[in-house]
Write a protein that binds this ligand. Structure first.
Ligand code: SF4
Ligand code: SF4
Length: 340
């Protein structure tokens, strides 16, 4: 068997990614949920509003990837119609679901209309997944993944790595290949939302943070990714730590990523989403650049640690040597490695 191809996925020139949170409601309450209703809104956008906002970001001349997110996006009763509308605007469409697939989702959309159906699973069995995502979630999610594969959908899985599940990551590979999953996205847990709250409550962030250490990440994740690629999966994981001499780039400066929330906030950096630093707001159906302090002012700042927002929000993730210099720079959280 030939060696898998591995490459760092930069921010491809001309590519656009639109992450559209159409609601924030959810049937689950995962430990690491990043949804923050006070910053993101509590409303469910109407189908008419979703379609009008989709037109704001549509650019049929360029490849535009659209991800429908929530909360749980299948809680939206008209999600299938929104997907059809998005395809007419030439978006490549993914739905990120927690696996519950409400409103008979699989019966209301065809595999031809949806480019990817993505499931979130944080463990290879219920004993690992359910303490993180909720009792009974593993069985429901796995059952619906199997149904989706059998119905002909392209299925991917997102696994959010934390101290609670990193030692079980390798067991995902046989599970996913057996089911017929095509793509495997390994994510790194961020100290935001619920994970930040639990770390603060502990009073000792360094001891209780759910994030894994640099050594542990480097010891486990690249090897499991390679194992997945050898087994036939297309694996994507965040670069996190830049190699010596590797250039640092902020996606906010060189790429087009839009993170849209139901309250009309539009961010370009996911790490800024808990603060009123958004670049645009959607008001009366128009995309309006904001004045005053926004995330855009932070993107050009050059620091030894790499990503400015990571330095501000998660300083504990940075290790320093005896001379006080960072051991490794932290990459943009949107910089990925792909192996397949
Ligand atoms: S499924 Fe997603 S939105 Fe729902 S609680 Fe879990 S992380 Fe949050
Ligand atoms: S994560 Fe850091 S590097 Fe990436 S867009 Fe945000 S501020 Fe820029």
């Amino acid at each position: 068997m030939s060696n898998p191809t591995s490459r760092t996925v930069g921010f491809k020139a001309g590519e656009r990614n639109i992450f559209f949170h159409i609601l924030t409601a959810c049937n689950l309450s995962c430990r690491h949920c990043y949804i923050n209703a006070s910053q993101h809104g509590e409303q469910t956008l109407s189908r008419q509003t979703i379609e009008s906002w989709l037109r704001l970001f549509a650019d049929p001349a360029r490849k535009s990837n659209l991800v429908f997110l929530g909360g749980e996006p299948t809680l939206h009763p008209e999600l299938s119609q929104c997907i059809t509308a998005a395809k007419k605007l030439n978006y490549a469409v993914t739905v990120d679901s927690n696996g519950y697939l409400f409103h008979d989702f699989l019966e209301r959309i065809s595999p031809e209309e949806l480019d990817y159906l993505s499931f979130s699973l944080d463990g290879p069995d219920a004993s690992v997944n359910d303490p993180i995502r909720g009792k009974g979630v593993f069985d429901v999610c796995l059952g619906n993944m199997k149904k989706a594969v059998a119905a002909g959908f392209q299925v991917s899985v997102i696994y959010t790595v934390s101290k609670a599940n990193i030692d079980h990551l390798h067991r995902m590979v046989p599970l996913l290949t057996e089911i017929g999953v095509k793509r495997f996205f390994i994510q790194v847990i961020g100290l935001r939302g619920e994970s930040a709250v639990s770390a603060q409550k502990s009073g000792d962030e360094r001891q209780e943070t759910p994030q894994v250490s640099r050594d542990k990440w480097l010891e486990v994740v690249p090897e499991v990714a390679e194992m997945g690629a050898r087994a036939g999966l297309h694996v994507t994981y965040p670069k996190v730590f830049l190699d010596k001499g590797e250039p640092f780039e902020c996606a906010g400066e060189v790429a087009e990523n839009y993170f849209i929330f139901p309250n009309g906030r539009v961010y370009q950096c996911p790490l800024c989403e808990d603060y009123a630093l958004h670049t645009y707001t959607i008001e009366d159906g128009e995309l309006i650049p904001r004045k005053g302090l926004t995330e855009k002012m932070l993107f050009p700042l050059k620091i030894e640690e790499g990503c400015v927002m990571n330095r501000l929000l998660q300083p504990d993730t940075i290790e320093y040597d005896d001379s006080g210099r960072p051991v490794a720079r932290i990459s943009c959280c949107l910089l990925k490695k792909e192996i397949y």
